[in-house]
Design a protein around this ligand. Structure first.
Ligand code: FES
Length: 147
C-alpha cells in the first residue's frame, strides 16, 4: 500500500516538475526549485513593499556600499511560484548595480532574464520590478534626508 502511494506521489511530482519546466524554462524551473535571495535581509538600507493588481505582495531589501552600489539584495513574497521566480531574479539583477543602473530593472528586463515565462504570469515580473524601483526610491529619499 505504502509503495503504491510512494509511486503515486513520485509520479505526481514528476508531472508537476515537467509542467513547471515547460512553463518556466530551465532557468526559471531551477529558480522555482531553489529560490535564491529569499529575504528578509538584516541591516538593509532600503525596504519596499508593493501590492500587485492580483492582490499578492512583494518586498525587496537592498543594501548599498559606500559607492551607492547594491552589495546585497533579497525579496519576499506571499504570492505564487511565478512571483517567487520573478522576485528572486529581480533581487539577483539588483546585485552590483548603481542607483542609475537599478532604474533599468523593468518588468521586461526581468522577463528577458528568465527567458521563458507564462504569458498570464507576466504581471509577476512587473510587480517584482516595481518593488525594486520602490526600494530604490526609498533609498534615495533616505539619502536626500541625510539618514
Ligand atoms: Fe500575484 Fe504572481 S500571481 S504576483
Amino acid at each position: 500500500m505504502t509503495d503504491k502511494i510512494d509511486a503515486f506521489v513520485a509520479e505526481l511530482q514528476e508531472q508537476i516538475f515537467t509542467e513547471t519546466r515547460e512553463a518556466f524554462g530551465e532557468a526559471g524551473f531551477e529558480r522555482w526549485r531553489n529560490p535564491l535571495y529569499r529575504g528578509p535581509l538584516e541591516g538593509a538600507d532600503s525596504h519596499s513593499r508593493v501590492k500587485g493588481t492580483c492582490g499578492d505582495t512583494m518586498e525587496m531589501f537592498l543594501k548599498f556600499d559606500d559607492k551607492d552600489r547594491v552589495c546585497d539584495a533579497a525579496y519576499l513574497t506571499d504570492g505564487c511560484g511565478s512571483s517567487t521566480v520573478c522576485g528572486s531574479f529581480a533581487a539577483e539583477m539588483a546585485l552590483g548595480k548603481t542607483v542609475d543602473e537599478l532604474t533599468e530593472i523593468t518588468g521586461e528586463a526581468v522577463l528577458e532574464k528568465i527567458g521563458r515565462f507564462p504569458e498570464e504570469d507576466h504581471h509577476c515580473a512587473f510587480l517584482a520590478a516595481a518593488t525594486v524601483q520602490e526600494a530604490l526610491s526609498q533609498y534615495m529619499k533616505k539619502k536626500v534626508k541625510g539618514d
